[in-house]
Design a protein around this ligand. Structure first.
Ligand SMILES: [Zn+2]
Ligand SMILES: [Zn+2]
Length: 263
């Protein structure tokens, strides 16, 4: 069999001149240089723009080519930049308008009030989560999930250590939240009234239901007492063998015996 080889086919073509050979060689060298420079550029770019597994390659055509388009680029391990430092990093107190560095209310509840203005008895008093739910008709979600998430302090329950921890919220913030949920204090009041009414109705219904049940029970127990009263069913009267005036008769159901005189 005859093997056709490209080389053997092209070989018989006319010989290249020295000038032609030289030009080809120059072009080859140029191309090689170009390729090399492009490669090193790619490597440079590659190390700079590596995102996860895929590498972005500069095609040189004005757009970037992703080497592994199937692989989703992983999230870049971005380094969170520290929050910009505000000059002096002081907070301004909401009560006295004076700058302050740090305070109990700020660190505990994110509430910008200095320690001098803190009023734990009145304005900055705390309430438990249960109290917040009942007084301001807030749901668990309203208190714990709604943004901004309200901060709380955990305390042991003073009434009973086994009842678990109490979560103490800043009343002021709970009131703000309630206003967010109910829009106006009047709406909250209305809802509270309507719930109170419903509770009253439910209470009455339950009371009436219990009364009815009680009456039924009394009636049926009276009925049972009545039906339990036994009426003797006496058998034949039997004359005494020793005294002919004395008779006895026995209940055929309970063996109760009575003796009587018959003249
Ligand atoms: Zn203050
Ligand atoms: Zn009887």
């Amino acid at each position: 069999t005859k093997v056709t080889n490209d080389e053997t086919v092209t070989k018989p073509k006319k010989e290249l001149t020295a000038t032609q050979k030289a030009r080809i060689e120059r072009n080859r060298q140029k191309a090689l240089l170009l390729r090399q420079s492009r490669l090193s550029q790619q490597q440079l770019l590659g190390t700079k723009t590596t995102t996860g597994c895929s590498r972005v390659i500069d095609t040189g055509g004005g757009f970037l080519l992703e080497e592994n388009p199937d692989v989703k680029p992983r999230k870049l391990n971005r380094v969170e930049e520290p929050a910009p430092v505000i000059a002096g990093d002081d907070s301004i107190c909401l009560e006295c308008d004076k700058p302050f560095q740090d305070s109990y209310l700020l660190t505990t509840y994110d509430h910008q009030v200095c320690d001098k203005c803190r009023d734990p008895e009145e304005k900055h008093s705390v309430i438990t989560k249960t109290e917040a739910r009942e007084t301001y008709l807030l749901s668990e979600v309203d208190i714990t999930k709604r943004e901004p998430i309200l901060k709380y302090v955990v305390r042991k329950n003073p009434h009973n250590r086994r009842w678990g921890d109490m979560k103490l919220y800043l009343r002021l913030q709970i009131e703000e939240r309630a206003l967010e949920v109910w829009k106006t204090p009047e709406a909250l009041e209305e809802e509270r009234d309507s719930r109170e009414q419903k509770r009253e109705i439910a209470k009455k219904k339950k009371f009436n239901k219990n009364m009815k049940k009680l009456r039924q029970e009394v009636r049926s127990s009276l009925f049972e007492v009545k039906s339990n009263v036994h009426t003797h069913v006496f058998g034949p009267e039997i004359q005494s063998e020793t005294d002919e005036d004395i008779y006895t008769k026995t209940c055929i159901e309970c063996d109760h015996q009575i003796t009587f005189e018959k003249m």
